[in-house]
Design a protein around this ligand. Structure first.
Ligand SMILES: *[C@@H]1O[C@H](CO)[C@@H](O)[C@H](O)[C@H]1NC(C)=O
Ligand SMILES: *[C@@H]1O[C@H](CO)[C@@H](O)[C@H](O)[C@H]1NC(C)=O
Ligand SMILES: *[C@@H]1O[C@H](CO)[C@@H](O)[C@H](O)[C@H]1NC(C)=O
Length: 347
């Protein structure tokens, strides 16, 4: 650039900076409102408006050594074609293939809140190397979500694409609480549900069906299919397939402790919920807070309800499972605390 005048090189720099922006603004301005990806109206629409692949699968897993005992954890958010075809195994943008997603999420300086606690709680790897798992999911799948591409966002900051990918998936996981959907239909871990009843439970909770997959006759993953509109609105749709489970399957208990999950949901689709019944104390003195305490026995009506044997001083709690109370205990070193009439936590 030595041969250029200063004015010429400034002009060139200004041109290269601005040439990207008006194009982006134009691309964003032309996003049609309320057109759903994979609908007949979606063909030819810009990849910044609708994902070029078509759909996004929210893949949640049931892995007994990972996460809270009353929550599914994340495997991934996978772009698929409208007919279920997968993206390239090495991702879609080699310039954004990363091996340090953990650091990128920790360093992210945009306006979003830190998601590291939720990442480590709800997106753990069974190998223990969470960073490798996240980096793989980002590189193979995240780089294929065309709506997240940096060039689509005029106000993009470093790693906004990575952050948005993971925070979106975590938000959908929370919104579409599969554990609650099943528990509201009386299907809880430690039982052998008929997978037809699981499909029905998800249909009741979310209004659509999911793909339910098994490994060696045990529940392994549940896939929810989303189509996108207006760039970033995820609209739950029906699964393309029922999945690999059939008949009665094993829904094993997890080794972790339960977490208290707020019962309100903010999703666009209303969920059916079961009114919790108040458990009756059969023994024990309680914590003085008016919450139930004491070991519960016999039958119960709210599957998944938990009651501490002695809040704040014992690690034992009763849990309503398939219509009867069972005795459980918090992990070693933790004590049960009552939260509401029907829920507790270990700390
Ligand atoms: C994270 O931040 C540190 C400290 O500012 C910096 O040295 C490092 O390069 C950053 N890493 C990534 C992947 O952004
Ligand atoms: C990785 O995830 C697992 C499972 O959720 C979690 O127990 C562990 O603490 C996480 N690792 C780190 C370093 O936080
Ligand atoms: C599961 O439920 C379906 C539909 O109600 C029924 O046809 C099937 O026999 C059941 N399978 C088992 C293993 O209970």
């Amino acid at each position: 650039m030595k041969f250029m005048t200063l004015a010429a090189s400034v002009a060139l720099a200004a041109l290269s900076l601005t040439s990207a922006r008006p194009m982006l603004a134009a691309r964003q301005a032309t996003c049609p409102a309320n057109v759903l990806s994979c609908s007949s109206a979606s063909s030819g629409i810009d990849g910044c408006c609708l994902p070029t692949m078509g759909t996004l699968l929210l893949v949640q897993q049931w892995y007994t050594t990972l996460g809270p005992s009353n929550q599914f954890t994340m495997h991934g958010l996978w772009p698929d074609t409208c007919s279920g075809g997968q993206g390239p195994s090495n991702g879609c943008d080699s310039s954004r293939v990363y091996t340090d997603v953990q650091t990128r999420l920790e360093n992210y300086s945009g306006t979003g809140a830190s998601i590291m606690d939720d990442m480590n709680t709800y997106w753990g790897s069974y190998t223990g190397d969470n960073n490798s798992f996240w980096s793989h999911e980002w590189s193979k799948h995240g780089t294929c979500v065309s709506t997240l591409a940096p060039t689509c966002h005029s106000d993009w900051v470093q790693d906004q694409d990575v952050y948005t990918f993971f925070s979106t998936a975590l938000g959908l996981r929370k919104q579409y609480d599969l554990y609650a959907a099943l528990a509201n239909a009386g299907i809880t871990p430690g039982s052998n549900p008929n997978v037809s009843d699981m499909h029905a439970a998800i249909q009741t909770a979310f209004g659509v069906d999911a793909e339910i997959n098994c490994a060696s006759g045990a529940l392994s993953e549940i896939w929810l299919t989303f189509n996108i509109q207006n760039g970033n609105q995820y609209v739950l749709g029906n699964a393309l397939s029922q999945g690999s489970c059939s008949g009665s399957i094993s829904y094993p208990e997890k080794s972790g402790s339960p977490v208290t999950v707020p019962s309100s949901t903010t999703g666009p689709i209303s969920h059916s919920t079961t009114q919790p019944s108040t458990p009756t104390s059969t023994s024990g003195s309680g914590s003085g807070s008016g919450l139930p305490s004491g070991r519960q026995t016999g039958s119960c009506s709210t599957n998944g309800a938990t009651v501490c044997v002695s809040s704040g001083s014992s690690n034992q709690y009763s849990k309503c499972n398939s219509g009867s109370w069972n005795l459980n205990q918090c992990k070693k070193g933790l004590v049960c605390y009552s939260d509401t009439q029907t829920s507790t936590h270990c700390a």
